[in-house]
Design a protein around this ligand. Sequence first.
Ligand SMILES: CC(C)(COP(=O)(O)OP(=O)(O)OC[C@H]1O[C@@H](n2cnc3c(N)ncnc32)[C@H](O)[C@@H]1OP(=O)(O)O)[C@@H](O)C(=O)NCCC(=O)NCCS
Length: 171
Amino acid sequence: MTSGEDGADLDDLTFRRPTEADHPRVVDVIDHWWGERRMRHLLPRLWLEHFSGTSWIVEREDGRLAGFVVAFVSQDRPDTGYVHMIAAEPNRRRRGLGRALYERTFADLAARGVRRVQAVTWPGNRTSVAFHRALGFRVDDGPGTQRLYGTPAHVDHDGPDEDRVVFTRDL
Ligand SMILES: CC(C)(COP(=O)(O)OP(=O)(O)OC[C@H]1O[C@@H](n2cnc3c(N)ncnc32)[C@H](O)[C@@H]1OP(=O)(O)O)[C@@H](O)C(=O)NCCC(=O)NCCS
């Protein structure tokens, strides 16, 4: 056991940059890791082709996938980073892996001049909301938001019935 900086249990894990060759195995776990929601279409191959330098894959000692994060620097707003997807294997949750992925992402983005990071999640994903709040993100509760599942959210943000909580964190 141990030892991330905050006591996380990460010693048996290897962090590396993803490659296009990782795409099939990442896509293969997505729906299951998101609680059997159909999410795999959110990660076409281009994400591992063009955003590898601000993304991470985590593998266990047996080579199986333990987690990943896909992030990028906004082309139109170079001071802003965006986290597209982040996940930890279901059997390894609450052991600091998600936090470790975000810490690496914050470092990547800060090194590229980013000052604030954004992410969105479905308001019914209470784990994601709690996780992002714990990582220091604030929830946008401004104009156009209403409370959904107890959290301020933008209704139809990503299309009909695609409500989203919008998170921002300063670096
Ligand atoms: C969200 C997710 C990445 C968190 O990964 P994780 O490795 O379990 O997170 P960590 O162990 O680093 O947790 C960091 C902090 O977040 C908060 N947190 C994480 N999971 C939580 C939960 N289920 N309930 C409440 N708080 C939670 C806690 O404050 C936690 O710190 P603590 O364990 O010391 O209390 C993981 O649950 C996951 O992969 N979920 C499915 C995919 C998903 O929804 N991704 C986010 C949307 S893109």
